[in-house]
Design a protein around this ligand. Structure first.
Ligand SMILES: Nc1ncnc2c1ncn2[C@@H]1O[C@H](COP(=O)(O)OP(=O)(O)OP(=O)(O)O)[C@@H](O)[C@H]1O
Ligand SMILES: [Mg+2]
Length: 489
C-alpha cells in the first residue's frame, strides 16, 4: 500500500500547513479533506472526539477544524480541554446550525472562528490561511522577543561586539549554577560588573553579594574580616564580629584581586571551598555556610602557581569556569555605545545637557570620536568612563571638541602640543605640533591686532567665532579682556 501521507505531499502544490479535521460524519471529513489538500495543506483525520483528543495530544498542527456535535463528546468540551494546554493553535468550529448562542459559546471556549454548514468554501479557505499566517507571526514574535530579552538582559553591561556577546552568553549560561568562577581581565575591563551580573542572574539574587578586596586588606585583618572573630580573639576584639562568609550565607562572595592573598589565607579559603565550613578566629566552633564563590584577578594566576606563590589546588578549585574579559582595544566597536551609555549616566548625574525628556544632548565632534576609537585604552572601560565624566563636566556646548579629552589621550595620539619651560617645541615635534604651534602664533597675532576682540579676530582670520573659541581653548591661549566684546554682550 502506498504511504498516503507521502502521496499527499507529492500532490500538494506548496505545503501550507498541517490541519487536523475532527468530525464524525465521513462525507464532511472527505469534502474538507479534498478542499484543503488541493490548496496544499497536509491533512489528518479523526472520526470522533476521543480520536481527535488523542491526535491533539501527540501531534502539532497549524490549525484544527472541529465539529461541534459529535456522539461521544461535544466540540466545545474538546476545545476547552485543548485550550488548557495550548492557547495558540487556531481552532475553527464547524456547527450544524448557526445561532448566536452557539457562536458566543464557541468563541468563549477559545475558538478563533466558527462556520455553519453548509459553509462557503472560498471564505473558509481565506479564513484558514489568515489564521495560520497570524499564529505563525505571533509565534515568531514571541520567540524573537524572548531571544532579544535573553541576549540583552544585562542592562548595565554594554557590549555588542562578538567578544562581549560571547562573554554574556557564557555569563547567562553559568549564572544559575553554583559553580565557582574565575573572572580574568586587565584592570577596568568590568570584572566586578560581571561578578554582580552572575549573582543577580542566579537564584541567590535576593541574598547578599559581598565583595572582598583582597588586595587592600592587611593579612591579619583579612582573616577576621572573612571568617569573623569571637570576643577576645585578639587584643582589639571587644565583641563577636560576623565575617563576610557568614554575611554572605545563601548569597555570593566575590574575591577581587585573588592573586594577592597570603599563603595562609589561601589554605583557609581552600578549606571553605572544599568543606563549606570554617572557624571564626578564636572560636573552636565550626560554622557551616552555603556561599557561592566568585574570584577575579588581573594578574596571571597560572604564572603565580608556577612561581609557587599561589596554591595549585586552590587555583583549580577557583578556575572551574573561566570568564576572560577582552581588553577594550580588542572590541573597539563597543566604544561608541559605551560613550553613549556614559553620556547618559553623567548628564543625568550632573544634570547637564539633557533635553526635556532627560536624554543626553552631548556628542563628540567626529575628530574627537575618532581619537577615542584610536586610543589603546590601557585602563579599559574605567579609563573611558573617566574621560566621559570629565567631558560632561567640562563641556561648554553640545558638540564636544577634542580639547575636552584628557591629556593622556591627546598625548598618545600626538594631538597635544608639548613645550619646554620657555614655550618652545621639542626637537622631535610632530607635524601636528608644528602646525598647531603656527596656528597658535597666528591667532595670538590676530587677537592682538584686534585689541583682543574675539569677534574682530575671527573676522580677520575668516573663521566662525565658535571655531576661534575652540581653538583658543585647545591651543592654551590665555585671552585678555576686550572692551569691545564685553560691551557687546
Ligand atoms: N561592559 C560594561 N558596560 C558598562 N560599564 C562597564 C562595563 N565594563 C566596565 N564598566 C564600568 O567600568 C568601571 C570599571 O569596571 P570594574 O570595576 O568592573 O572593572 P574591574 O575589571 O573590576 O577593574 P579592576 O581590575 O581595576 O578592579 C565601572 O565603573 C563599571 O561600571
Ligand atoms: Mg575590580
Amino acid at each position: 500500500m502506498p504511504d498516503p501521507a507521502h502521496n499527499r505531499e507529492v500532490l500538494a502544490p506548496t505545503f501550507k500547513g498541517r490541519v487536523l479535521i475532527i468530525d464524525d460524519e465521513a462525507d464532511i471529513r472527505e469534502s474538507l479533506e479534498t478542499l484543503l489538500e488541493m490548496e496544499g495543506y497536509l491533512i489528518e483525520l479523526a472520526a470522533n472526539a476521543a480520536e481527535g483528543i488523542d491526535r491533539l495530544d501527540k501531534g502539532r498542527y497549524d490549525l484544527v477544524l472541529l465539529d461541534l456535535m459529535m456522539p461521544d463528546r461535544s466540540g466545545i468540551e474538546v476545545l476547552q480541554d485543548f485550550r488548557q494546554r495550548d492557547a495558540e493553535t487556531p481552532v475553527i468550529l464547524i456547527t450544524a446550525f448557526g445561532s448566536v448562542e452557539v457562536a458566543v459559546k464557541a468563541l468563549k471556549a477559545g475558538a478563533n472562528d466558527y462556520f455553519s454548514k453548509p459553509w462557503d468554501n472560498e471564505k473558509l479557505l481565506i479564513e484558514i490561511g489568515n489564521l495560520i499566517a497570524k499564529s505563525r507571526l505571533e509565534r515568531e514574535n514571541t520567540e524573537l522577543k524572548r531571544a532579544l530579552k535573553e541576549r540583552y538582559s544585562f542592562p548595565n553591561i554594554i557590549g555588542k561586539s562578538d567578544r562581549m556577546q560571547r562573554v554574556l552568553d557564557l555569563v547567562a549560561q553559568v549564572a544559575p549554577s553554583r559553580a565557582t568562577i574565575l573572572i580574568t581581565g586587565e584592570t577596568g575591563t568590568g570584572k566586578e560588573v560581571i561578578a554582580k551580573a552572575i549573582h543577580s542572574h542566579s537564584a541567590r539574587a535576593g541574598k547578599a553579594f559581598v565583595a572582598v578586596n583582597s588586595g587592600s586588606l592587611p593579612v591579619e585583618l583579612l582573616e577576621s574580616t572573612l571568617f569573623g572573630h569571637v570576643k577576645g580573639a585578639f587584643t582589639s576584639a571587644f565583641a563577636n564580629q560576623k565575617g563576610y562568609f557568614e554575611v554572605a550565607n545563601g548569597g555570593t562572595i566575590f574575591f577581587d584581586e585573588i592573586g594577592t592573598i597570603s599563603a595562609e589565607t589561601q589554605t583557609k579559603l581552600l578549606r571553605v571551598i572544599q568543606e563549606k565550613e570554617f572557624m571564626p578566629l578564636g572560636s573552636n566552633e565550626v560554622m557551616k555556610v552555603d556561599v557561592r564563590i566568585l574570584a577575579a584577578t588581573n594578574s596571571d594566576l597560572r604564572k603565580l602557581v608556577e612561581e609557587g606563590r599561589f596554591r595549585e589546588d586552590l587555583y583549580y578549585r577557583l578556575n572551574v569556569i573561566n570568564i576572560a574579559l577582552p581588553p577594550l582595544r580588542d572590541r573597539k566597536d563597543d566604544i561608541p555605545l559605551l560613550v553613549e551609555h556614559f553620556f547618559r549616566k553623567y548628564c543625568e548625574e550632573n544634570k547637564r545637557f539633557q533635553d526635556a525628556a532627560g536624554q543626553p544632548k552631548l556628542r563628540f565632534v567626529a575628530e574627537a570620536m575618532q581619537l577615542l576609537i584610536d586610543h589603546n585604552w590601557p585602563g579599559n572601560v574605567r579609563e573611558l568612563e573617566n574621560a566621559i565624566e570629565r567631558a560632561v563636566v567640562l563641556a561648554s556646548e553640545e558638540n564636544v571638541p577634542v580639547d575636552v579629552l584628557p591629556d593622556q589621550i591627546l598625548h598618545a595620539s600626538g594631538m597635544k602640543v608639548r613645550r619646554d619651560e620657555s614655550g618652545r617645541l621639542p626637537p622631535d615635534a610632530s607635524l601636528f605640533e608644528v602646525v598647531a604651534d603656527f596656528e597658535r602664533k597666528r591667532i595670538i597675532e590676530a587677537l592682538e591686532a584686534a585689541t583682543w576682540s574675539q569677534t574682530d579676530a575671527a573676522e580677520s582670520l575668516r573663521i566662525p567665532l565658535s571655531t576661534l573659541n575652540q581653538k583658543i581653548k585647545r591651543l592654551d591661549i590665555v585671552v585678555r579682556k576686550s572692551k569691545k566684546d564685553s560691551s557687546n554682550q
